[in-house]
Design a protein around this ligand. Sequence first.
Ligand code: NAD
Length: 256
Amino acid sequence: MSGILAGKRILITGVLMESSIAFHAAKVAQEQGAEVILTAFPRPTLTERIAKKLPKPAKVIELDVTNQEHLDGLEAKVREELGGLDGVVHSIGFAPQDALGGNFLKTSFESVSTAMHVSAFSLKALTMACLPLMPEEGGAVVGLTFDAQFAWPQYDWMGPAKAALEATSRYLARDLGARNVRCNLVSAGPIGSMAAKSIPGFSELAKVWDTRSPLNWDMGDPEPAGKGVVALLSDFFPKTTGEIVHVDGGVHMMGA
Ligand code: NAD
């Protein structure tokens, strides 16, 4: 099998629907020669159904990234299926409803804590659960962010959670460099996934792209973000770590 991920074993979290960025990362990864294993939350049955739409079969493992037992059990399950891992994709985000949609000043710490745990700390938790599976030559970890430099309409506590994710990625990159494990993020523009639809007023946020994106931006197409993830998993970024690659049509660099 040829392709930029030929011979690589990749674990991909976050496949929930066909609109999931992770689904497209998995599809492109398989097309590029990778062996893919998926993790599922909340129910493996949902992910198994969507996985049937991938070009090749992919085994599904249940993983709630806040559940220590699930994390502890991951190594043995993946080893049995693939023998090891060359790459890991973190495509996970969640904030309770009262942390989103214009309620920033009133959100409880409990909700903020959940958003931080699921959306940011989990990058460290998942990476460390997978690290023993990575060979001596190292591997790649890739996550998904939404540009945390700015205060966006409606995004509220997901903003600080993404800022924490971006910093976590840099610290992981610092501490895992000696193992030759690279840790990078794709900063994606808005995509009409389940996670996005659960943010009240998300369309208001997405409107920014109608007027400010130099490249035409299609909210219904998660494939560009999936391709960015696959590029960072590949050997074509061998000396890039702690980086954030924008797959956002160029909005991040536009002035007024
Ligand atoms: P999605 O709803 O398809 O994916 C979110 C995933 O998070 C789901 O698969 C869900 O199962 C998973 N998840 C939630 N809680 C979990 C837990 N406790 N344990 C394990 N998994 C859990 O939406 P998406 O847009 O594909 O989101 C994927 C990533 O991309 C997220 O990090 C999101 O913040 C990021 N992102 C999305 C957009 C966008 O506009 N949709 C833009 C930039 C970045």
